[in-house]
Ligand binder design. Structure first.
Ligand code: NDP
Length: 246
């Protein structure tokens, strides 16, 4: 039997990259999956078409994680259409990498809005009606533990904040048997971090395994955490980074 049959999942940022792989994997396991995107209508539609062709259920919603009201509306629409959110995956994220002296307050506000504030807003809207056995899974980064190199201050700060969120919320929701966990990817080949970009050669020198990971490497573990088999794992951080932080 499919592991996520009868579950409803909401994934932020599911049109491309890691989020799209998570959406496809959860749908293949039987979940009804709603996902958001900011701009990529065509890519989002292609994800829906692929899932429907395989007999699954997926819905794409345009909702920017930078705008709290849009995040809340996406959660509310999921509940209106499917009755609940069992599994919230906070995946949408942006990267700002530049010398610290070139950073602006706008950079700070933008990255914190998408990478941190939206995670809080989506969780707040989702947990009120989340059933027992619910899951809140956030995609952080290995950089939450290790800044790796210069010019990453804001991104590293945003991903470290997710650790405190995960610890605190795990304790708030444990009595309801809802688990809260943080997945921390390392270099995964996506538009955000292409395996053929100049930065990639530097990152490869830091890896234990010889190359970048694939989006499916992250989706596979998210699928496990989303399932009932992970029910005693909460407040945990799992770093999937080819040994970069080893
Ligand atoms: P991509 O840039 O390849 O894809 C980002 C996805 O998030 C897209 O679907 C995009 O939608 C969506 N998104 C971006 N901004 C917003 C927004 N404001 N509102 C709603 N959706 C948005 O990123 P990755 O797949 O590489 O990254 C996914 C997550 O994994 C991020 O949190 C990232 O920080 C984290 N991560 C990635 C690593 C990597 O090496 N790739 C390593 C460690 C962590 P649209 O297509 O519409 O723009």
């Amino acid at each position: 039997m499919k592991k996520l049959k009868d579950k409803v999942a909401l994934v932020t940022g599911g049109s491309r990259g890691i989020g799209a792989a998570i959406v496809k994997r959860l749908a293949a396991e039987g979940a009804k999956v709603v996902f958001t995107y900011a701009n990529s209508l065509e890519k989002a539609s292609a994800v829906v078409t692929e899932i429907e062709a395989a007999g699954g259920v997926a819905v794409a919603l345009k909702a920017s994680s930078a705008v709290p009201a849009e995040v809340t509306a996406a959660v509310d629409k999921t509940i209106a259409d499917f009755g609940k959110v069992d599994i919230l995956i906070n995946n949408a994220g942006i990267y700002v990498g530049k010398a610290f002296t070139e950073h602006t307050l706008e950079d700070y506000n933008e990255i914190m809005a998408v990478n941190v504030q939206a995670v809080f807003v989506a969780a707040l809207a989702s947990v009120k009606g989340m059933p027992e056995g619910g899951r809140i899974i956030t995609i952080g980064s290995n950089m939450g533990d290790n800044a790796v190199g210069p010019e990453t201050t804001l991104y590293t700060m945003s991903k470290s904040a997710l650790q405190g969120f995960t610890r605190g919320l795990a304790r708030d929701l444990g009595a309801r048997k809802i688990t809260v966990n943080l997945i921390q990817p390392g270099p995964i080949d996506t538009d955000m971090n292409p395996a053929n970009a100049p930065l990639a050669d530097f990152l490869r020198t830091r890896l234990a395994l010889p190359d970048y990971g694939a989006v499916e490497d992250i989706a596979a573990f998210v699928n496990f955490i989303a399932s009932d088999e992970s029910k005693y794992i909460t407040g945990s951080f799992l770093t999937i980074d080819g040994g970069l932080n080893a």
